[in-house]
Design a protein around this ligand. Structure first.
Ligand SMILES: [Zn+2]
Length: 294
C-alpha cells in the first residue's frame, strides 16, 4: 500500500523563536545573528515555514510582549503556537496572563482556531511518578476550567520530555499516554518531541516502539537533533536523529499537525552559524515531504 506523504497529510513546518526577539527587543544572539524579526520571518516563510512557536511564554517580562510577538507572526501570515508551563504548585495555579492575552489576540483573527500550547507535566525528585501524574491532572484541569470560564479556546499538548532522573510522567511514552488517557479530554493531547524521544531511546530508557493509542493522541511535534556529546536541541544536520523513521511513523498514523523545529542556539554557538542552522534544518524537515517507504 502506498503511504501518503507529509504534504498529503497536511503536515506544516514550524520553528520556535523567543517572544522577546519577535517583539523587537534586543535579545542577544537572535537579534545579532538573525537580524530584524520581520525580515527573518519573511525569509522563513520563503523557505516553507508556516508556523512559529513562542518559546517560552514564561520568559516574557509582560503579556503585552507576547501579544506584540503574536502580531508580528500574524502580520507575516503565519500560524502561532506557544510553549508555556504549568504552575509549580497548586497554590499558584492561575492561568498565565500571557496565555490569556495571547489567546484573546489570536481569537480576534481566527475565532474557530484554538491556541496550541505545549506544557511539561509536573515532575519532582521526591514524589512518585503516579503522584506527579495526579498533580499534573489536577493543575491542568483547574487551568482548563479557568480558561473555559474566560471564553478562551486552547489546545493543550503535554510534551514527551528527556529522561533526567526525576519522577516525571512526561518522560516515558507509557506514562505520558497513561496521563493523557487519565485526563481523557479532546483538548489535551501529546507533544511528541522526537529529539527528546530519541535521546531517551539512545540512552536505553525506552524502545523505538509506540502504541497506536499513543500516536493517535499526538497533536504536536517538536524536532531537534542530538549533538556529539548527546546534547539535545541541535540543528537537524547532525544526522543522529532518524528523522525519516519518525516522519513515516507519524504519516502512517495520519498525523496532520505541525513539525516544529526547536533549537537552543546557546548550546551550539561556535559550531554552527545560527541562520544556517535554521535554514538547513528547515530544508531537512521539508525533505520529509516524500518520506521513503521502508
Ligand atoms: Zn520540545
Amino acid at each position: 500500500m502506498r503511504i501518503p506523504n507529509t504534504v498529503e497529510n497536511g503536515i506544516k513546518i514550524g520553528v520556535s523563536l523567543p517572544p522577546d526577539y519577535l517583539a523587537g527587543r534586543q535579545s542577544g544572539i537572535y537579534r545579532e545573528s538573525l537580524g530584524h524579526p520581520a525580515e527573518f520571518l519573511e525569509r522563513l516563510k520563503q523557505h516553507g515555514v508556516d508556523s512559529v512557536e513562542l518559546r517560552s511564554l514564561h520568559s516574557v517580562a509582560a503579556p503585552e510582549k507576547a501579544v506584540e510577538a503574536a502580531m508580528r507572526i500574524e502580520d507575516a501570515g503565519m500560524n502561532c503556537t506557544a510553549h508555556g508551563s504549568l504552575p509549580s504548585s497548586d497554590e499558584a495555579a492561575v492561568l498565565d496572563a500571557s496565555v490569556k492575552a495571547l489567546s484573546e489576540e489570536l481569537h480576534l483573527a481566527s475565532p474557530e482556531k484554538p491556541l496550541l500550547i505545549t506544557i511539561h507535566a509536573r515532575r519532582s525528585k521526591n514524589s512518585s511518578t503516579a503522584e506527579m501524574a495526579g498533580q499534573t491532572e489536577k493543575t491542568l484541569t483547574f487551568l482548563i476550567k479557568q480558561a473555559e470560564s474566560e471564553g478562551l479556546t486552547l489546545q493543550w499538548a503535554i510534551e514527551l520530555t528527556r529522561c533526567k532522573g526525576a519522577q516525571d510522567p512526561g518522560a516515558m511514552p507509557r506514562t505520558l499516554l497513561e496521563l493523557v488517557e487519565q485526563i481523557d479530554r479532546p483538548d489535551v493531547g501529546i507533544c511528541l518531541d522526537i529529539g527528546h524521544c530519541h535521546s531517551n531511546v539512545l540512552r536505553g530508557f525506552h524502545n523505538f516502539s509506540f502504541k497506536d493509542a499513543f500516536l493517535k493522541r499526538v497533536v504536536h511535534v517538536h524536532a531537534h537533533d542530538i549533538g556529539p556529546r548527546g546534547q539535545t536541541h541541535f540543528p537537524l544536520t547532525c544526522g543522529n536523529l532518524p528523522l525519516n523513521e519518525y516522519g513515516l511513523l507519524l504519516v502512517r498514523n495520519g498525523y496532520g499537525g505541525i513539525m516544529n523545529l526547536e533549537l537552543s542556539p546557546a548550546r551550539f554557538a561556535g559550531f554552527f552559524d545560527l541562520q544556517e542552522a535554521f535554514f538547513e534544518s528547515v530544508r531537512t524537515l521539508k525533505s520529509l515531504e516524500s518520506p521513503r517507504q521502508p
